[in-house]
Design a protein around this ligand. Structure first.
Ligand code: NAP
Length: 319
């Protein structure tokens, strides 16, 4: 089969298209013919060995993907050959024609979605659900700031928050990103490149009940000043350190919580997939596929996913 491989931690330019054997599965696993692979920032961290991520070599990148089940291990229940699925983790890498998947991280793909959209679900929508509901415990009618809403996770959060009747404010870093958020039905879009963009919200009366934060090292200090009483910040993304004043938390009985998808347990994953399914099938949640790459253009996708100016998900189409 065709698969992307890298032989050691390194830059995106070292990702190469190779001919490899189709992987075999154990009795506990599922073999999926991958139709599309999602490209997420974590794929670049694993490829380059940064942010404490490690892997073995040769390494085929890609945690997220979608496709059709071609083989089901004899101890696996609930899946059948030919079934359309998406996955949020796999054992062999989704940038390949086949991927070894695990039942706990593989889910039925809603009929309303194509495979390219399905490849955007695993990490982004699961993280969005866990951050907004599992960690920040956001409720209908609460005021939610999605701080960094133009990327894969941010769009998933705004769609979910709107579907659940929350009052959503969102930020972008470019005019194109702001236009995208307006198309997504967000009436108040802020520019996170402006140092004072949160100033109008930095009082108990105007503050947010929940902030879903994509770049905490830039924003956490200002976020805490923009919380309502009892407000919560869920940290999804962070690329450095930040100084805060804990008095901002004390004054509001506020809380900051971390979110790491890697910590999720199978039962929670199952619940999230089951609650996303009708929203995806009903069109309330719909991934924004910004760009589709061929398998041999994956290096460019790994470069692009780390650039500013996000406008949705990046996907690799597997023929
Ligand atoms: P992405 O598609 O690359 O999007 C990155 C987002 O960050 C964009 O919306 C971007 O906006 C925004 N951003 C850039 N500068 C910002 C700033 N100063 N303030 C606020 N937002 C800013 O990435 P993603 O897949 O959505 O993931 C977002 C982050 O969460 C990444 O760091 C990723 O590694 C992390 N993540 C964590 C988990 C977890 O389990 N904790 C899971 C998935 C992802 P513009 O481009 O418009 O400036």
């Amino acid at each position: 089969m065709k698969a992307i491989q890298i032989q050691q931690y390194g830059p995106a330019s070292e990702l190469a298209l190779e001919e490899t054997a189709i992987p075999s599965i154990s009795s506990e696993q599922i073999l999926v013919a991958v139709k599309a692979a999602g490209v997420n920032p974590i794929d670049t961290y694993i490829r380059s060995g940064t942010n404490n991520y490690t892997t073995t070599f040769p390494h085929t990148p890609g945690l997220d993907g979608s496709g059709e089940v071609v083989e089901v291990g004899e101890n696996v229940n609930g899946f059948h050959v030919g079934q359309r699925v998406y996955f949020s983790r796999n054992l062999s890498g989704s940038a390949a024609e086949f991927a070894v998947c695990i039942p706990t991280h593989t889910f039925p793909l809603a009929d309303a979605l194509g495979f390219e959209e399905g490849a955007c679900l695993g990490i982004p929508y699961t993280t969005a659900h866990r951050a907004l509901l599992g960690r920040a415990n956001a409720k209908t009618d609460e005021k939610v700031l999605v701080h960094g809403a133009t990327g894969a996770v941010g769009i998933a959060v705004i769609q979910l928050a709107k579907a659940l009747g929350m009052n959503v404010v969102a930020t972008a870093g470019t005019p194109e990103g702001r236009a995208l958020l307006e198309q997504q039905g967000i009436h108040t879009v802020l520019d996170h490149t402006q140092a004072d963009h949160l100033t109008p919200y930095q009082s108990l009366e105007q503050g947010f009940d929940v902030i879903i934060e994509m770049l905490a090292n830039h924003n956490l200090d200002q976020d805490l000043k923009a919380l309502a009483f009892g407000g919560r910040v869920a940290v999804v993304g962070n690329r450095g350190t930040v100084e805060i004043n804990p008095r901002d938390l004390m004054a509001r009985d506020a809380a900051v919580m971390g979110v790491a998808l890697a910590n999720i347990k199978p039962a929670e994953l199952d619940l999230i997939a089951k609650s996303l399914y009708p929203l995806l099938n009903g069109g309330l949640l719909k991934p924004v596929v910004r760009k589709v790459y061929s398998l041999d253009a994956i290096s460019q996708a790994h470069e692009d996913v780390m650039k500013s100016g996000a406008q949705g998900n990046l996907v690799i189409k597997i023929n």
